[in-house]
Design a protein around this ligand. Structure first.
Ligand SMILES: N[C@@H](CCC(=O)N[C@@H](CS)C(=O)NCC(=O)O)C(=O)O
Length: 200
């Protein structure tokens, strides 16, 4: 059974959500913040971050997007990732990578720049371009691949959740509606019981 090493209110939440979408058994180890720099955890993740996932054969992997893709692949019957080599699979790769590089990276830079109060937030524009592109892609559809909810939606919606919780999605009503749809899914609600726990 895979084991997820996680902390609530972190990027672990997207993996908890995906695991709930899959519905297969798994084990959880909740880490206290200081445990991230323990020798044991540094052996799982060289930067001492969460999440990390131990696979059935003992292999340990990190990077939340890679973990989500791997879990989706391990459970093809859950329908969260299209067949290898298909055009739909290409779009899943596209949007998963977009989530981490074009949305999440500028979002966190923007949050940092705003906190430093320099008055200059160049990353806002970078995030805005990506958010507008994503909103346009969702214009005529519920999910990024149309009717089919995939791991790409887990990734994009989880980044948008981070933006919305900071009040940064006001300019994108289409993305707020998408996020609302995503967060209404029973799996998201079930995962929130772990994702939203106190950190200790
Ligand atoms: N790109 C990594 C980022 C992991 C990451 O930065 N995790 C944060 C929590 S959201 C963390 O553990 N931070 C602790 C630290 O930076 O020391 C992923 O998506 O898994």
């Amino acid at each position: 059974m895979p084991r997820l090493y996680y902390m609530p209110r972190t990027r672990s939440s997207r993996v908890l959500w995906l695991l709930a979408e899959i519905g297969a058994p798994y084990e959880l180890t909740k880490l206290a913040p200081e445990e991230r720099s323990s020798v044991d955890h540094l052996a799982r993740h060289p930067l001492g971050r969460v999440p990390a996932l131990e696979l059935d054969d003992g292999t340990v992997m990190f990077e939340s997007a890679a973990i989500c893709l791997q879990l989706a692949d391990l459970h093809p019957d859950a329908g969260l990732i299209p067949p290898l080599g298909s055009a739909e699979r290409a779009l899943v790769y596209q949007w998963v990578l977009f989530a981490v590089t074009e949305l999440e990276a500028p979002l966190f830079r923007w949050v940092r720049e705003a906190a430093e109060n320099s008055g200059d937030t160049p990353s806002r524009e970078r995030f805005a371009q990506a958010a507008t592109a994503l909103q346009t892609a969702l214009d005529d559809r519920d999910w990024l691949l149309g009717d089919r909810f995939t791991v790409a939606d887990v990734m994009c919606a989880s980044v948008l959740g981070g933006a919305h919780s900071r009040g940064l999605l006001t300019g994108w009503p289409g993305l707020r509606a998408y996020l609302e749809r995503a967060e209404a899914r029973p799996a998201f609600v079930a995962a929130a019981a772990f994702s939203n726990q106190p950190r200790r």
